[in-house]
Design a protein around this ligand. Structure first.
Ligand code: AMP
Length: 306
């Protein structure tokens, strides 16, 4: 399955307490494309200015990345500058220059329209809505966003949330958007808007998957000793997630479980819950990289938490 992604392609200037890099390849879609193209064909829709370095396009040219939907326009590429604090989790945006993004309206090329997976990477929610108007055959649509849109364009963001299958948000963004102190209550509020899945990103603590059908999965984070630059971590994570999904054909057969059943529990029920916990904390041991486009079959059982 090929993946369609729409989002920012940028030139970033990033400062950490330890280093600084200027005008490097950045943008939410760039991180996504670079990770997802390890697994499958990625169809990119974005815009860059005439000043965008050729070398970045040459890099994607060596990957299964379709650039037919990448518009090159006379003018400046989107630029973003940020400074990270000592904890490397929080940052201040120092500068955002939209450049050619100012007048951008995404156009999905005909050859992209059969893409089964859609990733709406970070970009103005109005533009994400324009993309949704142009696709009809998508099996899973996934949305990413940022604090800026929660604060400035909440109603448009809400429209997009109501129209996609899966939402990726950091723990702080879930609290900001839902105004709930309890993460699980916030996730339930989001699922009640019609989402099938919510993925809560918890930085160095990993990520949680909540399904409207009660599915729950907790993925730990790989323990890194040294974090050099966390920019784009969420987008690269999304690239890995959708890239993986592009290689498998999931089947669903959820199981029911509830604390209210405690008094009537039999040992079989305990064994079943044990299996569920195994599923919550293990990775598919049969998955292998294969060739992009080669689907595998997996079966999945859910754990009811919500
Ligand atoms: P993340 O670290 O996941 O928030 O992603 C950082 C990337 O988002 C950077 O490479 C930026 O170029 C890009 N970015 C920053 N601000 C915006 C914005 N307003 N719209 C779209 N992309 C942005």
């Amino acid at each position: 399955m090929s993946i369609l992604v729409v989002g920012s392609v940028a030139l970033d200037t990033v400062e950490t307490p330890f280093a600084r890099i200027e005008e490097t390849l950045g943008g939410a879609a760039s991180y996504f494309v670079t990770a997802a193209s390890l697994y499958s064909q990625v169809n990119l829709v974005a815009i860059i200015g005439s000043d965008f370095p050729r070398e970045h396009l040459d890099f994607w040219g060596k990957r299964p990345v379709n650039l037919a939907g990448l518009k090159i326009e006379e003018g400046s590429t989107f630029r973003w500058a940020a400074r990270y604090h000592m904890d490397m989790n929080t940052r201040d945006t120092l500068d955002t220059q939209l450049g050619v993004y100012a007048g951008f309206h995404p156009v999905i090329p005909e050859e992209y329209r059969s893409s089964k997976l859609l990733f709406l990477a970070n970009i103005q929610p109005e533009l994400q809505l324009e993309v949704l108007e142009q696709v009809s055959d998508v099996r899973l649509s996934v949305l990413d966003t940022m604090e800026l849109w929660i604060m400035t364009t909440r109603s448009q963001l809400t429209e997009v949330i109501k129209r996609v299958d899966m939402l990726l948000m950091s723990e702080e963004e879930v609290r900001q958007y839902t105004n709930r102190a309890s993460l699980v209550a916030g996730v339930r509020q989001l699922l009640d808007m019609g989402l099938r899945y919510v993925v809560v990103k918890q930085g160095s603590y990993g990520a949680l998957l909540f399904g409207a059908d009660g599915t729950f999965f907790s993925a730990p984070a790989y323990p890194l000793e040294e974090v050099i630059d966390p920019t784009g971590a969420g987008d690269a994570f999304a690239g890995g997630l959708l890239g993986y999904l592009a290689t498998v054909e999931p089947q669903q057969d959820g199981e029911d479980f509830s604390i209210d059943r405690l008094r009537s529990l039999a040992m079989d029920d305990v064994a079943e819950r044990y299996q569920c916990l195994v599923m919550c904390s293990h990775f598919d041991p049969n998955w292998c990289s294969g060739e992009p486009g080669q689907a595998q079959t997996i079966s999945r059982r859910g754990v009811k938490l919500l």
